[in-house]
Design a protein around this ligand. Structure first.
Ligand SMILES: C[S@@+](CC[C@H](N)C(=O)[O-])C[C@H]1O[C@@H](n2cnc3c(N)ncnc32)[C@H](O)[C@@H]1O
Length: 304
């Protein structure tokens, strides 16, 4: 076994950046600093300040291992075990989707609705919570809100639980295992929620080949794929969510831009929903489809 040559943090970063660039990684320099920082227990910015610090042999070996995995396509966030979302740092594990910046529009839709209706103690739900990103952002922004976060995958819920606990939100975020709306109905939330948000899986299996290898090979299939029908998760959510919402409550769904029209049509066809809307992200692509729960149907005797 040959001993690894001694290198400083700066030397390792320069070499790693070149290797990553060669492998087609866009932000090669930044990613190299993040990887070095992860091994050294420093921020990427501090790696620059500590460029002359020598890497110990164990650190050099660990950094080289991470570099090889990154070159093989593994997302940076899985390698360092965290991702930024909203203003929060979240733990990510291979059991959860890496939260995407575009999902922040889903959070914004719910915040706009809740702030516009001035409910003092909103009850909210995040279906398919994954890392808990949407639920945590909502609970963080709305200090009097209670958020119910549902996922079918217990391993995802374990990651979400660590996130809400570390962020001090565990007292207001309730994690429930099960399929879409069912655990919420079972928890007695019928007609009580001010908003239901979801970023469900929306890639049909036949579309899998079109995904970037970094996504297809490393992110959890249950978070990405829907089987043959790309709208199946939306259909299940639209079938269950209106019963959970208060009259005037919001259902907000993240969509792939090319599916926005079809999801809007699903919402239009639901007799208990109204005011269907499509909102775009900062790039102008349709991103969130939403609707409001219509007024409650009065009990039989009261109908005119
Ligand atoms: C696209 S990911 C979204 C994760 C997270 N909300 C985000 O935006 O980063 C979809 C999530 O839905 C969950 N999921 C898939 N099928 C489900 C079902 N039938 N009921 C509840 N959650 C489900 C997956 O485990 C995954 O965490």
């Amino acid at each position: 076994m040959t001993a690894l040559a001694a290198v400083t943090a700066g030397q390792w970063v320069r070499r790693a950046a070149a290797v990553l660039k060669e492998a087609g990684v866009e932000a090669a320099g930044l990613e190299a600093r993040v990887l070095a920082g992860h091994v050294l227990g420093l921020s990427a910015a501090d790696v620059v300040l500590e460029a002359d610090r020598p890497l110990k042999p164990g650190q050099r070996a660990a950094a080289d291992r991470l570099l090889r995995r990154r070159v093989a396509g593994e997302p940076l966030q899985y390698l360092i075990g965290r991702a930024e979302f909203w203003s929060l740092t979240l733990e990510v594990s291979p059991a959860v989707l890496i939260p995407r910046p575009e999902t922040e529009h889903l959070v914004e839709s719910v915040l706009e609705h809740v702030r516009g209706t001035a409910v003092s103690r909103p009850l909210l739900a995040d279906l398919g919570t994954g890392s808990g990103a949407v639920a945590a952002a909502l609970a963080h922004e709305l200090p009097l809100a209670r958020v119910y976060a549902v996922d079918i995958d217990p391993r995802a819920l374990a990651t979400a639980r660590r996130n809400v606990t570390r962020l001090g939100l565990a007292g207001r975020v309730t994690l429930l295992q099960g399929s879409w709306c069912r655990p919420l109905l079972a928890a007695g939330l019928r007609g009580r929620l001010d908003a239901v948000a979801a970023n469900p899986p929306y890639v049909a299996l036949e579309e899998a080949a079109g995904l970037a290898a970094q996504v297809r090979c490393f992110e959890p299939p249950v978070a990405l794929f829907t089987g043959a029908d790309p709208l199946s998760a939306y259909r299940a959510i639209v079938a269950g969510a209106p019963a959970l919402l208060k009259p005037g409550g919001l259902l907000a769904l993240e969509v792939a831009p090319h599916r926005a029209g079809q999801v809007a049509e699903l919402l239009e066809r639901c007799p208990r929903l109204e005011a269907v809307r499509i909102d775009s992200d900062y790039a102008g692509r349709p991103r969130v489809v939403s609707a409001l729960r219509g007024p409650a149907v009065p009990p039989r005797g009261e109908r005119r």
